[in-house]
Write a protein that binds this ligand. Structure first.
Ligand code: KG4
Ligand code: ZN
Length: 342
């Protein structure tokens, strides 16, 4: 079954053709990151307008690279939430129009479900089940840090979430305090590699009697220390010492990663799961991936970095697992910016 997956919830315009939930025929991602970088964050109106310009060429390219005609597809799956309303509207409308004109089944799906199903896209993975259910999914992105218990396909229970900032948001804000670019996650990872260590550790955020996350205190601690060291606010006369920036980035990254690994291990033990799926942009972080593999006592499945950040392939994979149960179109799908999973 070949599904066209479309994703426009944030600042990536993406489309892909996926067969049977795991084989990638094509996966086209047009990132707007450089457009937003000059503002230090995503500007929603610029994002929607750029999706409008890019969506048709991206869908065309996904079909061309798959060497397929539209009539060889079996369905269209698109993100309808959560995300930026104006951005979601472009993808949902394009997907509906495409499906209607080609007489294909159409479905709107949760973006977080897409991040989970990216795990099935890895080569060699049995599409039926990975290590076996139940699985614990940690989805860490710019807008979410959720632990989701997955008892079977389509069966989700939200176990924990962030009480304040998402992990990706913390990376982005800490990067700004350290004078690094946007998006902050890859920047922090890059400079942290040059750390000499020695920077005093940042406290690990704790939410008492809960598996919930909290990252805003950590972000503030980084900003305060950057101020103390005279790095923030940025000044042209006194540019920050790159070595000190690297050491701080490393100490921050260790704190965020440690907090996520600790919570995940607790959730694994509490719910006796057979495996862990990592997903979302922050799952591209090499330190997080290493620590999870090293410390979590069950199998950890992490898609390659390009499938952790937003893409259409994950929506095509999620679409397969819906369509294989029921081929029915949902023409009345609306965008839901705060859609939840579980
Ligand atoms: O899933 P995603 O692409 O978009 C959302 O759904 O939000 O996640 C974007 C987030 C950004 O906050 C970005 O800084 C973070 O993922 N990110 C990373 C890395 N690559 C992207 N964070 C840490 N390390 C990375 N290598
Ligand atoms: Zn995402």
């Amino acid at each position: 079954m070949k599904i066209l997956g479309i994703e426009t919830s944030c600042d990536e315009t993406a489309a892909a053709v996926i067969e049977d939930g795991n084989y990638i025929h094509s996966n086209v991602v047009a990132s707007q990151a450089t457009l937003h970088a000059q503002y230090g964050g995503i500007v929603p109106e610029i994002a929607s307008r750029q999706h409008m310009i890019t969506i048709i060429p991206v869908i065309r390219q996904a079909l061309d690279e798959a060497s397929l005609d539209a009539h060889e597809l079996d369905g269209v799956a698109v993100t309808h939430g959560p995300g930026l309303a104006g951005s979601l509207l472009i993808g949902v409308n394009a997907a509906k129009g495409f499906a209607l004109s080609k007489e294909l089944p159409f479905i709107g799906l949760n973006h977080l479900e897409g991040h989970i199903y990216a795990a099935w896209l890895e080569e060699g993975v049995n599409p039926e089940v990975l290590p076996g259910f139940p699985l614990m999914c940690l989805i860490a992105s710019g807008g979410h840090t959720d632990l989701i218990l997955m008892k079977g396909h389509g069966d989700y229970t939200l176990i924990a979430r962030t009480r304040d900032d998402a992990a990706g948001e913390a990376f982005d804000k800490a990067a700004r305090a350290l004078g690094l670019g946007f998006p902050g996650g890859p920047e922090i990872q890059r400079v942290a590699e040059h750390s000499h260590g020695g920077e005093p550790r940042f406290p690990r955020p704790v939410v008492r009697n809960s598996l919930d996350f909290s990252f805003s205190g950590l972000k503030t601690a980084v900003a305060r220390r950057a101020e103390e060291y005279g790095m923030y606010p940025p000044s042209e006369d006194r540019p920050p010492d790159p070595q000190q920036v690297s050491n701080m980035a490393d100490a921050f990254q260790q704190a965020v990663v440690d907090s996520m690994v600790q919570r995940t291990i607790q959730a694994v033990e509490q719910f006796r799961v057979k495996g862990v799926i990592l997903g979302g942009g922050v799952a591209a972080n090499s330190h997080l991936r290493q620590e999870m593999h090293k410390r979590v006592p069950v199998e950890v499945i992490v898609p390659r970095p390009g499938l952790c950040t937003d893409n259409g392939a994950m929506m095509g994979a999620a679409g397969f697992f819906h369509f294989r149960n029921e081929i029915q179109s949902q023409w009345d799908v609306d965008v839901i910016p705060n859609l939840r999973l579980g």
